[in-house]
Write a protein that binds this ligand. Structure first.
Ligand code: ADP
Ligand code: MG
Length: 155
């Protein structure tokens, strides 16, 4: 399954879905999040962190660009919105290939540096508290992940 779309009707529902993603991810996984301001990218990451067993409060890393959290495996939460130049100096590859899972908000800004294999997640407003989440699996690993998510969501 290389594309999967689901609608959520509350922040809690998005968090639950993301929590499941947090349970399924493995070391070296790379997930990108695209969507307008207020779409739910950070909310999704918070849910994912919960699924990873992160106990610290996850906040938007807009000004720090990268925040690292301890969980079952580390979470590298990135928000590259304010990054115009100097992406090369951040050593992003080391995070992408590291022991943890990378979650990147506004990832299209660093498109050239992203690994080919990754899970792209696009969040769009579909109403006041309704969001459409589309998962694009780039590579077999993520196709499998999408399949597991879809199975989980229909039970
Ligand atoms: P972003 O990081 O994309 O700018 P945030 O996650 O910070 O967005 O904010 C999303 C906002 O939308 C939160 O205030 C959240 O409560 C609200 N919201 C309403 N409905 C949903 C939903 N179904 N899924 C996720 N967030 C939702
Ligand atoms: Mg955000």
């Amino acid at each position: 399954m290389d594309k999967w779309t689901i609608k959520t009707t509350s922040p809690e529902e998005t968090a639950q879905l993301a929590e499941r993603v947090g349970e399924l991810v493995q070391a070296g996984d790379v997930l990108t999040l695209e969507g307008d301001l207020g779409a739910g990218k950070t909310s999704f990451t918070k849910g994912l962190a919960k699924g990873l067993g992160v106990t610290r409060v996850v906040s938007s890393p807009t000004f720090t660009i990268i925040k690292e959290y301890k969980g079952r495996i580390p979470l590298y939460h990135m928000d590259v919105y304010r990054l115009d130049e100097g992406a090369e100096e951040l050593g992003l590859e080391e995070y992408f290939e590291g022991e943890g899972v990378s979650v990147i908000e506004w990832a299209s800004i660093i498109r050239e540096q992203l690994p080919n294999d990754r899970l792209d997640i696009v969040v769009t407003h579909a109403g006041d508290t309704t969001r459409e989440l589309s998962f694009f699996a780039r590579g077999i690993r993520y196709e499998q992940l999408c399949k597991e998510l879809a199975t989980w969501a229909t039970h």
